[in-house]
Design a protein around this ligand. Sequence first.
Ligand code: HEC
Length: 266
Amino acid sequence: MHRNLSGRVARIAAGLLAGVALIAAPALQAAEEKAAEGHESHGVDWQGWKAGNQINDATSLQRGASNFMNYCAGCHSLKYMRYERMAKDLRIGDEQLRKNLLPAGAKTTDYILASFPKAEAEAWFGRQPPDLSLITRSKGSDYVFQFLKGFYLDETKATKTDNLALPGAAMPAVLSDLEGVKRVVFGHGESAHGGKNVERFDEVQAGSMTPAQYDVFVRDTVNFLQYVGEPSQVDRVSIGIWVLLFLAVFTGFAWMLKKEYWKDVH
Ligand code: HEC
């Protein structure tokens, strides 16, 4: 009897310990990662940069759409997306669409096509600016975030810049007015992720935005591109919220009903 009880206590204790371990593990891991970051603090972990965008943040998506139309649509198309669909999904009013986003001469039913003539783009950049409809799906949102923050001064290149995420990139640093211009001081060997090992950035010219503002600009743009890659995501998130609400209300009713039934049993 006695032994049995202590056996059970031991089992419960073991169970509790396992539970604590389960809860503590992620915290421990986070602490370890932090410590590791501390170790590498003399370098820039640019491949660890995360977009951190929220696909259900409507204002971020609206800003991203505006960023795209103003800074990217000259060269890049979104060939599966019509202006009117974008406006509807992102809750952009007709007037705002026409005034701020629609290029001169375009109709709301048009697809979002680049204004730069294809043949000329080839001649200018030596490469066609790709359609960006599926870019976050093929390369990931974090990658696009790193790419847009990865331009640095390199006088040996035709565009006077190179890119950490895409070495030899034919795209010019079209956001340098906002971000500023930076030089990269490379460290020895490769980074922990197998990319270029960056010791530090040196600012050559300040941009019109602070680094934090530029991060928001890039995050919004990436958010918009992620939406374009799968437009139904935006609907799905809001449907998901309604499903959860329904389940919560339904559970409440079921519980009340159960109480009602069992009231008379006693
Ligand atoms: C002046 C023309 C031009 C503008 C404006 C421009 N791009 Fe590009 N972009 C290019 C070209 C050219 C390439 C092809 C680069 C290559 O393959 O080397 C490219 C490639 C890309 C890629 C693909 C990178 C890869 O890994 O293949 C992304 C993502 C991208 N651009 C995003 C943007 C965004 C976002 C904007 C707006 C903020 C923008 N671009 C504005 C010309 C442009």
